[in-house]
Design a binder for this molecule. Sequence first.
Ligand code: SAH
Ligand code: SF4
Ligand code: F3S
Length: 453
Amino acid sequence: MENTSQETQSFQQNQDIGQGRGVYISTYGCQMNVNDTERMHSLLEMQNFTPVENPEDASLIIINSCSVREKPVHKVYSEVGTFRKMKDKNPNLKIGVGGCVGQQEKENLIKNQPMIDFVFGTDQIDNLPQMVAKAFEGERRQINAKFEHRAPYHIETMVRNPGVATFVNITKGCDNFCTFCVVPYTRGREKSRPLQHILTDIRHLVKRGVKEVTLLGQNVNSYKAEEGLDFADLLAKVATDTDIERIRYTTSHPKDFNQKLADTMAAHQDKIMEYVHLPFQSGNTRILDRMNRNYTREHYLEKIAMLKKTIPNLVLSTDIIVGFPGETEEEFRDTVTLVEEVGFETIFAFKYSPRPFTKAAKFEDQVDEDVKTERLNRLFDAHDKMAFDLVKRYEGQTMRVLVEQADREFGKIQGRSTSNKLVHFLGSADLIGKTVDVKITKAFPATFRGELV
Ligand code: SAH
Ligand code: SF4
Ligand code: F3S
C-alpha cells in the first residue's frame, strides 16, 4: 500500500514539474524527427510545460538533432554554444539533447559539453518525462540511449494540433546499411507497427479533422504486418477501411518497389496521391554497388518505366549524392543523365559527407571537397535547365487541391495537388480542409500559382 502511495506522489510531482515552466524544442533532420518533436511536446504538456517560441523564455531546452550529414551536426553544436551562454546567466535552465546525434554520441556529448543535463536516444522518447523530472530534481549527466531491440514497435501517434495533413509512423529503423548512411546506427533495426494500430490511429485522426496522412518510414515498402501483409496491402486497407481522403508515403527504396505496389496506387487513385519519392543516389552501377543499394542503373530505369506506365500522371522526386568515394567525372555524368532521362521535376541533392560507423567513411578514395561542390552545382544547373521547361506543361491545367492553410501573402491560401505540388491561390480561409479545383497559371518546379475555378 505504502509503495503505491509513494508512486502516486511521485507521479503527482512528475505531473506538476512543468507548472510555470516553458519548453523550447529545436528540431533538425527528417520528418521522423518532426514527428518525434510532436511526441515530446505532447508528453511534456502532460507535465504542464508550456511550449514557448523563444529559447530565452524557456526553463527547458531540448535539441532534437540529426546526424545524416556533417552540416546538421555542426548546427547542433553551434546551438549548444548559444544555449550554454544562456545557462551561464540562468543556472536553473535544463538542456537536453535527443535525436540521432544523441543516439550516436551518447556520453561523449556530455563529456564534451558538460552543461548538457541529459542525452536521450531515438528509442527513449517515452522516458523523457522521467528524465526531465529528475533533471529538475537536480540529477545531472543522465544518459538514456538504449535501443529497444526486442520490444514490438507500438507507438500511438501523438500530435497536438494535427491540422489538415499529418504524418503517421509505420516503420522505424533501417536494415539496409547503405555504406554512406548513419541511419541504421541512429535508428536501430527495422520494425513495423501492427497494421490494425495504424488503421486505428488514422481513424482517430480523421475524427480530429485530418484529411491527409503521410505514412512514414525510412523504407516504407519493406513494411511487414504480422499477418503476412505487405506495404501495398497496408495502403489498400488505409484506402478502403478508413475515411481518410488522401494518402501519401515516404520514403520508398527502389529495390523494394514492385508492380503490386504500383497497381495498388493505380487502383486507389482517388485517395493515394500520384507522387513517389524514389531516391536513386547515383546513376552509375559501380557506385551503386559500392553504396550497397542493391539495384543497377538499368533496374532503376525499369522501375521508373513500370511506374510511369501504371500511373500515367505520376510525379517523381529523388535524392542524390555527389562525390561518393571513388566517383569519377564520367560516373558523375551518369547521375546527370539519369536525372535528365527520368525528367525529375524536383531533386534533393547532397555532397557526400563521411559519417561515423559507416563503411564508406573508411574508403580510401575520398573525393576532394572542391570537386564535390563543383559537381553539385553542375547537377543543379543541369536540373534547372530541364525542370523549368518540364513543368510548363501544367500551366492551364486544372488540379484538385486540398487546402492546407492560409498563405503568408494576404488573401491567399495554399494547398497540395494530387501530385504533391504546393499551389498558392487567392481564396478564403473557410476553404481550409476542403478540396477545390484550381487552374494553374504559373508553374515552377516545386510550387505553382493558380486561380480558383
Ligand atoms: N531512407 C531514405 C533516406 C534517408 S536519408 C532512403 O533510403 O532513401 C535522406 C537522404 O540523405 C538520402 O536519400 C541521401 O541522399 C542523403 N544522405 C544520407 N547519408 C548521406 C551522407 N553520408 N552524405 C550525403 N548525403 C547523405
Ligand atoms: Fe540510409 Fe539506405 Fe536505410 Fe535509407 S535505406 S535510411 S539511405 S541505410
Ligand atoms: Fe537525420 Fe536521423 Fe532523420 S540522421 S535524417 S534525423 S533519421
